[in-house]
Design a protein around this ligand. Structure first.
Ligand code: NAP
Length: 260
């Protein structure tokens, strides 16, 4: 495989789950990755798991200071890919949602995606690609997950507006749904109180049926989407990992769950 360390990807939420898997898959493709999250130790683990080319930065994308730290760390380097994978999904009764908890979800799942993209516009190379990790929860209301569902719906509209706004810079933007993925976030949902979060049973059933998707499979999908699709395909669709029409291109004849 040709060495491609000249291309740089910024991946938020790269210390665990989907963000880590994307960072590893991109580094496997020999890109350089700036892995961002709040906690340094998991980011270092991500870097240790990679074969090289992963830089780490502990920064809170929900704050202006955290986003400024990312710009500083780049030091003028051009960015080819920006992956918004940082996210939070508190499971809460309606009565327990406070302005603080609501604000934190919006700041992480929506505001950070807007303001980090804005901050990186001068760094994004023409032909660069921005990827929003989307969710079925953007269109499927879930009891106990009001803040998360609302934030992902807002994130989806934000992505569509940014697609229009960034066209002038030849930067492409898409949203891609990973399905139910076996990560810390989903695991927390599965042990929540069933009265508060009834959908825990749906996820539990999927786990029993072997239909949770592993982060590594998702990372492979997103790395393919970012690096191997043509511009029109990348930005024309809202992608969904479960859509079989693209499976041949990245998992071949294996099924989605066999690829896990
Ligand atoms: N798992 C699923 O089934 C599923 C389905 C659809 C969409 N998604 C989306 O996938 C994304 C990744 O979630 P995941 O399932 O991989 O869960 P996860 O393992 O909990 O990953 C979330 C990551 O975001 C980081 N993060 C949270 N707040 C941050 C902040 N303010 N600044 C920087 N980093 C922050 C966390 O690290 P620190 O705590 O160290 O900051 C963590 O590494 C989320 O956007 C989620 O909405 C997940």
């Amino acid at each position: 495989m040709a060495k491609d360390t000249s291309r740089l990807a910024v991946v938020t939420g790269a210390g665990s789950g989907i963000g880590r898997a994307v960072a590893l898959a991109l580094s496997h493709k020999r890109l350089t990755v700036l892995a961002v999250g709040r906690r340094l130790p998991p980011l270092k683990e991500t870097a240790d798991m990679a074969t090289g080319g992963v830089r780490v930065l502990n920064a809170d994308v929900a704050t202006a200071a955290g986003r400024a730290a990312i710009v500083d760390e780049l030091g003028g380097d051009r960015v080819h890919f920006l992956v918004h994978a940082a996210g939070t999904m508190p499971i809460q009764r309606l009565a327990d949602i406070t302005p603080d908890t609501w604000g934190q979800v919006m700041a992480t799942n929506v505001d950070a995606r807007l303001h980090l993209t804005q901050a990186l516009v001068p760094s994004l190379t023409p032909g660069g690609r921005v990827l929003f990790i989307g969710s079925m929860s953007a269109t499927k209301p879930r009891k106990g997950s009001t803040a998360y569902c609302t934030s992902l719906a807002a994130s989806f509209m934000l992505q569509q507006c940014l697609k229009l706004e960034l066209a002038q810079y030849a930067v492409l933007v898409t949203n891609a749904i990973p399905g139910p993925v076996n990560t810390r976030m989903l695991q927390a949902g599965m042990v929540a109180d069933a009265d508060v979060f009834p959908d825990r049973d749906e996820y539990g059933a999927l786990r029993e049926q072997g239909k949770l998707i592993e982060p590594e499979t998702v990372g492979h999908f997103y790395a393919w989407l970012l690096t191997q699709t043509d511009d029109q395909s990348y930005s024309a669709n809202q992608w969904d990992i479960r859509d079989q029409s693209h499976h041949a291109a990245w998992i071949g004849s294996r099924g989605l769950y066999e690829a896990n």
